[in-house]
Ligand binder design. Structure first.
Ligand code: PLP
Length: 364
């Protein structure tokens, strides 16, 4: 297998080979325009059609009704940590509620606190961010502006179950690291956002799906670029958008639809990948420890280690010998992490499982 297919990075990470191939071709020359995608104007008919297709494909994959606006933003998910309270923490609602369940949600909570008074509905730091709460059981002010959480904690490898029904307050989810990995009921959410560099393509674009009724709450007077209505009203073409990233995202949505067969099929593949890796790691109990407690194990990111930085480094070297990359743990946690995003194949996970078992047998 090619090294690109064995990229277990936390993001940016693996992209499907067929998408990489089309991207190579598009950098050279787009079949539709005869020009490189890197030189395509954002005001061209070609790009307008790409933007429309990206939106249509996302709507079809997720089953989104017209109650939602779909928009493509810049500034990554980190900018949304600031823009969400700016746009939706209104004077007429009680403080927004934040769930701090890991590294990234801690960033979201801290950023929101710089913008507005907010309330921490739950904080898992004392438990080492190894567990998640039952979001439905939290004591939340029913007049709160919204409840924010991170659906998949990329660093710690913790994943929440999805919501089937809307909770009492508007629900806002950062789905950066598990977006499009499984079907969901969009109507349970008031806003879902996800940057591209996990399951959607290269870095540079962030998808935001926003219930139109939530947009009615945006206060006037925000800087135009930070007002979410601007991007919705201008069809994600207010200022120069990341044409290349949105093009590759569109290719990914086609791949999900045509090659994978939709999100239910993607979920089944992801479930098999995660099961294979967790079974391998569980079989190595004693030599390997997992960061997340069992009920909250993520299907996208698996944080683990051999309990000794020298052994972790030796495994990284052994994995490198087999063309595998991206297995270093996040700098805040150390250890190892395998990210099993959509483009990581079952064969790649098989290779990783074999490498782990061989290494544990001979070294750990
Ligand atoms: C769940 C989650 N949210 C937010 C971020 C920050 O994203 P960005 O670098 O696009 O600002 C990350 C980064 O990996 C993440 O995993």
């Amino acid at each position: 297998m090619k090294a690109n297919a064995l990229n277990f990075s936390g993001g940016p990470g693996a992209l499907p080979e067929s998408v990489l191939e089309q991207t190579r071709q598009a950098i050279e020359e787009l079949p539709e325009t005869g020009l490189s995608v890197l030189g395509m104007s954002h005001r061209s008919d070609w790009f307008r059609a790409i933007l429309q297709e990206a939106e249509n494909n996302l709507r079809a994959l997720l089953g989104l009704s017209d109650d939602f606006a779909v928009t493509f933003l810049q500034g990554g998910s980190s900018l949304q940590f600031a823009m969400i309270p700016m746009n939706f923490a209104t004077a007429v609602h009680a403080r927004p509620e934040y769930v701090t369940s890991g590294y990234w949600s801690a960033k979201a909570t801290a950023e929101a606190a710089r913008v507005t008074a907010c309330r921490e509905a739950w904080n898992g730091r004392a438990g080492g961010f190894r567990q998640l709460p039952d979001l439905r059981a939290l004591d939340i002010d029913r007049t709160a502006a919204y409840l924010h959480y991170v659906s998949n904690e990329t660093v710690e490898g913790l994943q929440f179950p999805l919501f089937d029904e809307p909770p009492a307050v508007p629900l806002i989810a950062d789905m950066s690291s598990d977006f499009l990995s499984r079907p969901l009921n969009p109507d349970a959410y008031s806003m879902i956002y996800a940057h591209a560099q996990k399951n959607l393509g290269p870095a540079g674009v962030t998808v935001a799906i926003i219930k139109r009724e939530l947009l009615e709450r945006v206060p006037d007077g925000l800087p135009v670029i930070l007002d979410l209505r601007t991007h919705v009203e201008h069809g994600s073409n207010y200022n120069t958008p990341p044409v290349f990233a949105i093009y590759v995202l569109t290719l990914i949505t086609r791949w999900l639809r045509d090659e994978i067969g939709g999100l239910a099929a993607m979920q089944a593949i992801n479930a098999r990948k995660a099961t294979r890796l967790y079974q391998t790691l569980d079989a190595l109990e004693g030599a390997v420890s997992l960061h997340a407690d069992r009920p909250w194990r993520s299907q996208m990111n698996v944080a683990f280690g051999f309990g000794d930085p020298r052994l972790d480094a030796a495994f990284l070297a052994a994995a490198h010998e087999r063309d595998m990359s991206g297995l270093e743990g996040h700098r805040s946690l150390g250890g190892l992490r395998a990210s099993l995003y959509n483009a990581v194949s079952e064969q790649a996970v098989e290779r990783l499982s074999e490498a782990l078992t061989d290494f544990a047998r001979h070294r750990a």
